[in-house]
Design a protein around this ligand. Structure first.
Ligand code: NAD
Length: 319
């Protein structure tokens, strides 16, 4: 029988999730506080109150595609009702909420999954397989994108500490930082500088960050959304003399270029193409009882790194 799936938040990323849900399950209801969004869902119930939707529809799974500051409360509500929750990144935006979410996960019969879909990119999986065989490794990541005033003016929650929880690091570069720690492991300590070089008249938060993960297996992330345009994210893994660089669907290794078949791209190219792969894996876990790999504890790792980066001001912060 097809899984009954509900969706909260039909904004930019909700538009990517909805067609995938329809293809792999039954989209049974949608909730958005903007009632105009109902016009896309004439055949299924539409709600403006997510708690009412969860109570009345009792879906098997709910996708949470809302602004960052709402994730914790929505995850806690779904898990308390034993409804499986697949939430967009970031899982949450402060340390207290990490604990609340992990406790709710332990007390629930339902599963929590967080959409850190770049872990499913074939090029990143190639690096991960090599990294897992090596004891000593290091990694670098670079993200150069453009997010201008129009992006930050497109929704009131963007660009503010209390609603977005940060800027370039917690939003755009979260995936790259997550891939770095996934490849080489959590650092012993972290140093970071964050700055707002191009958007200080528009946002409270950083547009750029340098993050150094320190320990046996170090990493460095350099990220900015103050560049002129979006470039492909680049992640390099170094194992002694061996260096592999993943960019899009390619891995460059010496003179060799490995080209992978990516899943189809839905939404902006910079989201990558693995939303569908992650969502169908989550559905498979719900159906079979297999544990979903990006659970609360796993997603908490990158949140802890980001919160440490915001504290650091260039000085080491123990992780
Ligand atoms: N994984 C990725 O690559 C990726 C890409 C883009 C966005 N995202 C994440 O998706 C989430 C949403 O981002 P977005 O760009 O779609 O934002 P958005 O502002 O475009 O959409 C958010 C939607 O949520 C609705 N909403 C707000 N409060 C609500 C509430 N209380 N109940 C129900 N609906 C509510 C809004 O009306 C809006 O339609 C964020 O966490 C963002 O970081 C992830």
């Amino acid at each position: 029988m097809s899984l009954r799936v509900a969706l909260i938040g039909y904004g930019v990323i909700g538009h990517v999730h909805a067609p995938i849900i329809k293809e792999h399950a039954t989209l049974c209801a949608v909730c958005d506080t903007d009632p105009d969004k109902a016009s896309d869902f004439k055949d299924i119930p539409f709600y403006t109150d997510y708690k009412e939707m969860l109570l009345k529809e009792k879906p098997d799974i709910v996708h949470i595609c809302t602004p960052h500051y709402l994730h914790t409360e929505m995850i806690l509500t779904a898990l308390s009702m034993d409804i499986h929750a697949l939430c967009e990144k970031p899982m949450c935006i402060n340390e207290t909420d990490i604990g609340r979410i992990l406790e709710a996960e332990r007390n629930s019969k339902a599963m929590l999954g967080i959409c850190q879909q770049n872990r499913y990119n074939p090029a990143n999986l190639y690096l991960k397989a090599a990294a897992d065989k090596a004891a000593t490794k290091s990694a670098t990541g670079q993200l150069c994108w453009h997010r201008g005033k129009d992006y930050y003016m497109s929704a009131a929650w963007r660009g503010k500490w209390n609603t977005e929880g940060g800027g370039c690091l917690i939003n755009q570069a979260l995936h790259t930082l997550d891939i770095l720690q996934w490849l080489v492991g959590m650092p012993r300590a972290l140093r970071a500088t964050v700055s707002n070089m191009t958007l200080s008249d528009t946002t409270e938060v950083e547009d750029s960050a340098i993050v150094l993960g320190e320990g046996e297996n170090p990493f460095v992330l350099s990220a900015t959304v103050g560049f002129a345009c979006d470039q492909a994210v680049s992640v390099s893994l170094m194992l002694g003399e061996r260096k592999m660089t993943a960019e899009g669907n390619r891995v460059y290794e010496g003179d060799t270029v490995h080209v992978f078949d990516n899943a189809r791209e839905l939404g902006k190219a910079c989201y990558g193409s693995s939303h569908e792969t992650l969502i169908s894996d989550f559905y498979d876990c719900v159906t079979t009882g297999r544990h979903f790999p990006i659970d609360g504890a796993e997603a908490a790792k990158v949140i802890r790194l980001i919160l440490a980066a915001y504290k650091s001001e260039g000085k080491p912060v123990t992780i």
